[in-house]
Design a protein around this ligand. Sequence first.
Ligand SMILES: C[S@@+](CC[C@H](N)C(=O)[O-])C[C@H]1O[C@@H](n2cnc3c(N)ncnc32)[C@H](O)[C@@H]1O
Length: 275
Amino acid sequence: MAESVPSCPTVSAAEPPPGDRANAAAAAIAELRARFEEFDWYHTQELAPGIVTPGMFDLRGYVDHYGIPQDLSGMRVLEVGTFEGFWAFELERRGADVTAIDIDRIQQLDWPPRLRPSEDRQRGGAFALLAQARGSSVKRVGMSIYDANPEALGGRFDLVFCGSVLIHLRDPMLALERMAELCRGELILCEEYAKSFGLFRRPGGGAEFRGESPWSVWWVPTTRTWEAMVRCAGFESVRRHRTFKMRFRAAPGGVPHVVVHAAAAAKPGSIEPAE
Ligand SMILES: C[S@@+](CC[C@H](N)C(=O)[O-])C[C@H]1O[C@@H](n2cnc3c(N)ncnc32)[C@H](O)[C@@H]1O
């Protein structure tokens, strides 16, 4: 997940005047071509004919597995842990007004002490270039989900979308509670699940602890445990949408994932700003 990027703005998808948009996109594509090798790509995305980012995962074939409504027009959507923005751009393509959060520095990741790198680096540069190349209006905010709340992000969201983030967090329950507070509509969560662990069918479910794994994965719950965690965080109508294997783009094997859908609970004393 490392990214060798010199710098990036916190809110990166700046709005150029309409006349400048095409020029800005062309400049971003030229810069991407020049700096392609600088990035350790995570997402596989086609930006322009001949420019496809060689990500660790190619999610394009899995989009339908997540159960995202086709039309998100008029909806305020939050993506948690956007990385290079694959999902934020997809949500925007469906008509949503998208805010995407991610941390801005690699030291902000939840490293276990022995794996914490000595250096620090900026993150988000690839997102900024891709957003400009696409002419995207997604607002990327450099913020940990631990610190995210409706006051900081301009109110609650009709849809909160989170893919493959919680397994990398020391405290996935706190993150889920933050999402519950931020959500006034639906949650779509997709995470790796513990497949063989689940086969033992422990009555209370459970989670594998992988604290010092090379990918900085902390907890990998069973599917039932993910559902219980989402409910425990305050969501209602929790349902398993589907499971699937997310294959590596250029290596054998893959990672079992579960998609969980849930609804926000009614919130007393809502702090929604007036429309
Ligand atoms: C494995 S990538 C998943 C990217 C994308 N969400 C997807 O589904 O393909 C995990 C992302 O979570 C981000 N992340 C890690 N800790 C975070 C935190 N505390 N708050 C927000 N994002 C975080 C990482 O920076 C990274 O971009």
